[in-house]
Write a new protein. Structure first.
Ligand SMILES: NC(=O)c1ccc[n+]([C@@H]2O[C@H](COP(=O)([O-])OP(=O)(O)OC[C@H]3O[C@@H](n4cnc5c(N)ncnc54)[C@H](O)[C@@H]3O)[C@@H](O)[C@H]2O)c1
Length: 432
């Protein structure tokens, strides 16, 4: 197997997760360039992969002009940059491993697909959950046909409040206007993807959806609360007080301190305290300029009559992705966090049903590798393993998600947003 070479565009949180594969599996992947506007992130990339200065670029155009040869460019820039940067990369003939969501606009999604076809390039979307031992086991059970066809798929995504506040209330995904993605697309295009992938004997047709921002609203702020927590009369009792939530607990430091433009590990407490006095991360969760919903449900009817539902809730006390698939002759049930899949079949002799438990705890660990590649229940590691195999011409695995496969999951998200805002049912076939 040939070693795959990659460049990483956007060496932030995600870019470094994927790049870490090169250090854990040096026979399989090497990083040949880092492209990032941030000086400290370029320097981090230089150290991580032992690069020379001529392999570092502070903008994409400079990289494109340098005509660097590599098998794939990992595009791990933020959502709103995906379209422009991916089109440029495809124009130059690069294969792209593209972070999800592809884009918030249907015309851009279709244009990327068309450009990839024209240029005969691959665009592989980072729907990392597909690659986990957990969901690929479920896919194998579905595809084995032993339970018959899917009648109903129920998915729940409960986003833990530490994650939700740091990413979606105070964080960089809080504004659809700025980042180009609403909550559903940013958080759950993974789940709409799972729904379409698991049920890919058919295609989604009708979508309805409800949801709103009802928790993190001004109306829920305690009386007299101020915009910034450091001067708020409720700071000793409010669980979201930034001093407690961001400084002491420091749940998601890679998000919270990113706009200090320094590696967060090097920040002093005083620098963090000062930052919270002027940044969104120091603001009241009920007053911050968040323009996305904090809960949403989506219903999908497929062409063969099967139906799927997705419940997305932000701010839950415990994180959890739950799945329940009901097929003609049995069911598949589980919480991904438990690493156990229950395969339930009819049992007419003794009890009403029989549960077979598939314990995936050992599979969860990607092996003796750095933690940075075991994220997403092992999906961050396994997508890279799959990418290396795929670019070596070993064909697509059951999980490989080329751009065509990502279209339906994204269309469901766009349709759900229309359905939610306009209180209508959207027909994907006539709408897009
Ligand atoms: N697959 C998943 O499950 C998953 C999980 C989290 C985030 N994401 C997605 O991954 C993407 C990246 O998220 P992140 O948290 O790593 O973001 P990040 O902010 O940590 O990283 C983005 C990087 O891009 C760099 N950058 C900004 N402008 C640039 C430019 N003009 N040219 C080059 N570099 C530039 C920034 O300096 C930063 O280093 C987003 O689209 C996000 O939605 C996917």
């Amino acid at each position: 197997m040939k070693k795959i070479s990659c460049a990483i565009l956007g060496y932030g949180d995600r870019g470094s997760c994927y790049g870490a594969y090169a250090n854990n599996e040096p026979e399989e992947l090497e990083v040949v360039a880092i492209i990032d506007v941030s000086e400290h992130r370029r320097q981090k990339g230089k150290e991580d992969y032992n690069l020379q200065d001529h392999q570092l670029f502070d903008n994409l155009d400079e990289f494109l002009a340098a005509n660097i040869t590599c098998d794939v460019v990992i595009n791990s820039t933020m959502d709103q940059m995906h379209y422009e940067t991916t089109m440029k990369l495809l124009d130059k003939g690069y294969n792209v491993l593209l972070e999800k969501p592809v884009t918030g606009k249907v015309e851009e999604l279709l244009a990327i697909r068309q450009k990839a076809e024209e240029k005969n390039c691959e665009v592989i979307v980072c729907h990392v959950l597909r690659y986990t031992p957990y969901y690929s086991t479920i896919k194998q059970v579905v595809d084995s046909g032993r339970l018959g066809k899917i009648m109903n798929i129920q998915l729940n995504e409960h986003v833990w409040h530490g994650h939700f506040v740091n990413a979606f209330v105070r964080g960089k995904w809080r504004s659809e206007k700025e980042c180009g993605s609403g909550l559903l697309l940013a958080k759950c295009c993974h789940d709409t993807d799972l729904m379409c992938w698991l049920n890919n004997v058919t295609t989604p047709v009708f979508v309805s959806s409800f949801g709103s921002k009802s928790m993190y609203t001004e109306a829920n702020a305690p009386e007299g609360a101020t915009q910034y927590c450091y001067e708020c009369p409720h700071r000793d009792t409010c669980m979201f007080n930034a001093e407690k939530f961001e400084l002491e607990k420091d749940f998601c430091p890679q998000y919270t301190w990113a706009d200090t433009h320094k590696p967060w590990q090097e920040l002093t407490e005083e620098e963090k305290r000062e930052f919270l006095k002027k940044d969104t991360y120091g603001q009241c969760v009920y007053k911050v300029d968040m323009d996305i919903v904090d809960r949403q449900c989506v219903s999908v009817e497929f062409a063969n009559g099967s139906v799927g539902t997705l419940n997305l809730v932000g701010g839950a006390s415990k994180a959890g992705r739950h799945i329940h698939i009901i097929c003609e002759f049995g069911e598949i049930v589980g919480y991904v966090e438990d690493n156990k899949v229950i395969v339930r079949t009819f049992d007419q002799d003794e009890v009403w049903y029989h549960d077979e438990i598939l314990d995936l705890s050992e599979e969860y660990d990607a092996g003796d590798v750095d933690n940075s590649v075991t994220g997403h229940y092992g999906g961050d590691y396994h997508i890279m393993k799959d990418l290396v195999r795929y670019l070596n011409g070993e064909g697509t695995s059951v999980a490989t998600t080329v751009i065509q496969d990502s279209v339906n999951s994204h269309l469901i998200c766009y349709a759900a947003e229309k359905a939610r805002k306009e209180k209508v049912v959207v027909n994907l076939k006539t709408e897009y």
